[in-house]
Design a protein around this ligand. Structure first.
Ligand code: MTE
Ligand code: MO
Length: 185
């Protein structure tokens, strides 16, 4: 029963880890890699890979629900909480949303209310995050459908107004709550 209550309506558990994204896996070199934190913040900054690695770490265990119907339970992530980055950037009083972007075509935005649970993961299940799953670094917003968890994240942008992301602009329900089955508009 405890197990069943963890699975949102219309979802089925997978033991594997399907790979889903639009376009090619980006070519990335951690030597040239940067993460930019900007937008409606008092102190925008850009981190190089070693600087990201030096930040306070977290290791949340979360479930991962894809809107196409699979749920992967108990992923053991490691990374940096979004809150650590935001404490340094100091969102302005008007900031309401946080947008994650991969530097290419993909982006997605969530209300700042989710900032406390969101994190940036560079390891999963005891190994460096595989490139196909968004390595070297992906965003994770555990309580929302997985399209809100931007792979290959390069940019964290604070917004004062909503901006629809790649899938949200193509008919996905912006709320993305798996427990309410907010799948398509
Ligand atoms: N940059 C980027 N991030 C992305 C996507 C994408 O196309 N590009 N797809 C999203 C979707 S729809 C899903 S279901 C998850 C899948 O993550 P996975 O391939 O690690 O299972 O990544 C999300 N993050
Ligand atoms: Mo998805």
């Amino acid at each position: 029963m405890a197990q069943k209550s963890r699975i949102p309506p219309g979802q089925g558990v997978t033991k594997g880890w399907p790979v889903l994204h639009v376009g090619p896996v980006p070519e990335l070199d951690t030597a040239a890699w940067t993460l930019r934190v900007h937008g409606a913040v008092e102190r925008p900054f850009t981190l190089a890979w070693p600087e990201l690695q030096a930040l306070e770490r977290c290791s949340p265990r979360t479930d991962f629900h894809c809107v196409t119907g699979w749920s992967r339970l108990g992923v053991q992530w490691e990374g940096v909480r979004l809150a650590v980055l935001l404490a340094r950037a100091r969102p302005s009083a008007e900031a309401r949303f946080v947008r994650f972007a991969d530097g290419g075509r993909y982006d997605t935005t969530v209300p700042l209310l989710f900032a406390d649970e969101a994190f940036l993961a560079d390891r999963a299940d005891g190994r460096p995050l595989e490139r196909i799953h968004g390595g070297p670094l992906r965003a994770v917003v555990p309580s929302l459908y997985a399209w809100k968890s931007c792979k290959w994240v390069r940019e964290v942008e604070l917004l004062t107004e909503e901006r629809l992301g790649f899938w949200e602009a193509r008919g996905y329900a912006n709320g993305a709550d798996p427990w309410r089955e907010e799948r398509l508009i």
